[in-house]
Design a protein around this ligand. Structure first.
Ligand code: TRP
Length: 339
């Protein structure tokens, strides 16, 4: 793997669309990993408000009202602003400029082939009303990643096509320059499998009401666990039950600290004699315990919005300098640094 030579420390860049508070899926997929990574690496986290607008321009409040929620989520799970730079995408004009330069290197048909974007376009039912900004958001994401010359990007597997497109752009820029101007990046996938939604059917999403937010209240957690999909053929307590695809066990695997205990519960469930009410109660206790301190910290942070804004401002200032340097290099590749 190629590391950034200037610092000898790989630079990590990751981000989240600010379209809603973060949930347990984000935690398992990437937040927990970021908390570890900040100890060893130079890490920047981008609150992607501009990317959030690509499908919410007519409902921009959904984005603007969630920026500080997302920052509070980061801090509440243990991201330390002394170790990790947290910045706001819309405060970094170099990223928008880089997007315009890169857009000339990417064809529409390549954008239409991106499997994640393709699936999103379908599920959002855009058809003829597809915003150009949405189709091109992988280019803007490439600007985010290369703008920091990041070599490692912790993401969920749905983001792999974005990194592939980023590296294609990197290779094009380097080939135009005849030297290595930008780093190729590698994904850092979480070892934990993707967390299913509580209904076990679709992707976790706030709008579908099948996710447990990090800031969920006790009541919300309880309700979500009670409504979890288990095994539809497990009708009576004495019936043998299935643990595969049983969301309660998937969550116990992901969050219960005592792995052996979960294994023994699974064996009991498979034999018969263990009811869904009991397994749900065990899971609920475990999630309540885990989320209580996070919820409290999150509320404390949100009580002092001025402090959160200040933190974002400082992070954005540092990042503005970094991204401006990369922009200058890329403009140079096109011969546009004439003054
Ligand atoms: N597309 C990412 C998501 O939907 C958010 C994102 C924006 C991102 N810019 C990024 C992720 C740069 C990693 C790196 O979650």
């Amino acid at each position: 793997m190629e590391f950034q030579t200037a610092t000898c420390k790989p630079t990590i860049l990751t981000g989240d669309r600010a379209t809603g508070p973060l949930h347990l899926g984000h935690y398992v997929g990437s937040l927990a990993q970021r908390v570890d990574l900040q100890q060893k690496y130079e890490q920047t986290i981008l609150v992607a408000d501009m990317q959030g607008l690509t499908d919410n321009a007519h409902n921009s409040k959904k984005v603007s009202s969630n920026i500080l929620n997302v920052v509070a989520d980061y801090l509440a799970v243990g991201i330390d602003p002394e170790k990790t730079t947290i910045c706001l995408q819309s405060q970094l004009p170099a990223l928008a400029e880089l997007t315009m330069y890169y857009a000339n290197l990417v064809t529409i048909s390549r954008l239409e082939r991106n499997p994640t974007v393709k699936a999103e376009i379908q599920s959002k039912g855009f058809e003829r009303s597809l915003p150009a900004g949405f189709l091109t958001y992988p280019i803007s994401q490439a600007a985010d990643i290369t703008g920091f010359n990041a070599s490692l990007v912790p993401v969920g597997d749905d983001q792999l096509p974005m990194l592939e497109q980023t590296n294609e752009i990197v290779r094009k820029i380097n080939s135009l320059a005849g030297r290595s101007v930008l780093n190729e990046c590698s994904p850092l996938l979480s070892k934990a499998p993707r967390l299913p939604s509580t209904d076990g059917k679709s992707k976790m999403s706030k709008s579908l009401g099948n996710a447990i937010n990090l800031g969920a209240s006790e009541k919300e957690i309880s309700k979500a666990v009670k409504s979890m999909y288990t095994d539809e053929n497990h009708l009576k307590v004495e019936d043998p039950g299935k643990v595969e695809g049983n969301i309660v066990f998937t969550y116990l695997d992901a969050f219960h600290p005592d792995h052996e205990y979960v294994q023994s519960l699974k064996a009991h469930y498979q034999r018969g004699g263990l009811g869904d009410g009991t397994t749900k109660k065990i899971l609920e206790e475990c999630l309540q315990e885990m989320l209580r301190p996070i919820r409290l910290k999150r509320m404390e942070y949100l009580d002092d919005k001025a402090q959160l804004i200040d933190l974002l401002k400082r992070g954005s200032e540092v990042s503005r300098e970094k991204t401006n340097r990369v922009l200058r290099e890329v403009k140079g590749v096109f011969g546009l640094n004439i003054f």
